[in-house]
Structure formats: structure tokens, C-alpha cells
Design a protein around this ligand. Sequence first.
Ligand code: ZN
Length: 161
Amino acid sequence: MKIQENAVVGMHYTLKDSEGEVIDSSDGGDILSFLQGAGNIIVGLEKALEGKEKGDKVEVAVEPEEGYGPHRPELIQEAPTSAFQGIDNLEVGMNFQAETEQGPIPVRITSIEGETVTVDGNHELAGQTLFFSVSIEDVREATEDELAHGHTHGEGCNHDH
Ligand code: ZN
């Protein structure tokens, strides 16, 4: 069958940045499964895979608008170390949920200088054009459970919902 909404797709993929550096890859690991049309993967990749079949190989460049969004400078903020009370060892790279007017968003510490901590709420891949090489390993119909949950169920999936 062809990839369409509510198909379960198994793929191997390699993701590179504009310099050709590998950011992420399933090579040597498990096949990544996702439910097409459910927002399990970025929209630009869903669009590129629509209509493809098992055995197809797809090369696609996904712009930020259909990837992890543009880089938004307003999501970079400074806070005094005193705002992080209760956390013993503040380090660059730590992740937090920040309370904002739009609700909680995940932020990452990008620098600590003296008493000033800089946190960034942008996704690490925001603002980047993403270069995917995908090989389609499997396409099948989703089960009713999978459709109800909005994600794929595979071996070892044992959640209670
Ligand atoms: Zn589930």
C-alpha cells in the first residue's frame, strides 16, 4: 500500500544539516515507526513521504517552516541564578519546563556567566533546513487502537492507556 493518512510507516532515515553533518540517524538501530497524519514526525517529512511505498528511497530538504519552526530570538531569556533555587548543579545543557503566559515550554540552559543564566526555548533544530534520506521499510494499515491513541504500537509497547 501507499503511504497515506492513517498508514503505519516503518523507515530508516538519516538527517543531515546544511553542512552535510549527520544530526541523527536510525542506521544500525531500530526502524522508526510512525502514524502518517498524526503529527508523530515533522509535517515537511510527512508531505514528502505521502504516496510512497515500501522499498522507495526519498531525499528531501525540509525548510524550518515545515520542520521545527523558525528560530525565535524572543525565546532566549536571561534569569538570575537565584531563580533556580532547589537545583544544586546548574549546567549548560540542562532542560527545564519554564512557566510562561502561553503555558509551560521546555527550555535549555545555553550559558551561565556569573549570576546570569541564559535559557533558550527554541528547539535545537529551529531555523535549520533539514536534509533527510529515508528508505521506506514497511507500510501497513493502522489498527483501531493505534488510531485511537494517535501513535504506533509495536513489540514491547506496554503502556496503559
Ligand atoms: Zn498507545
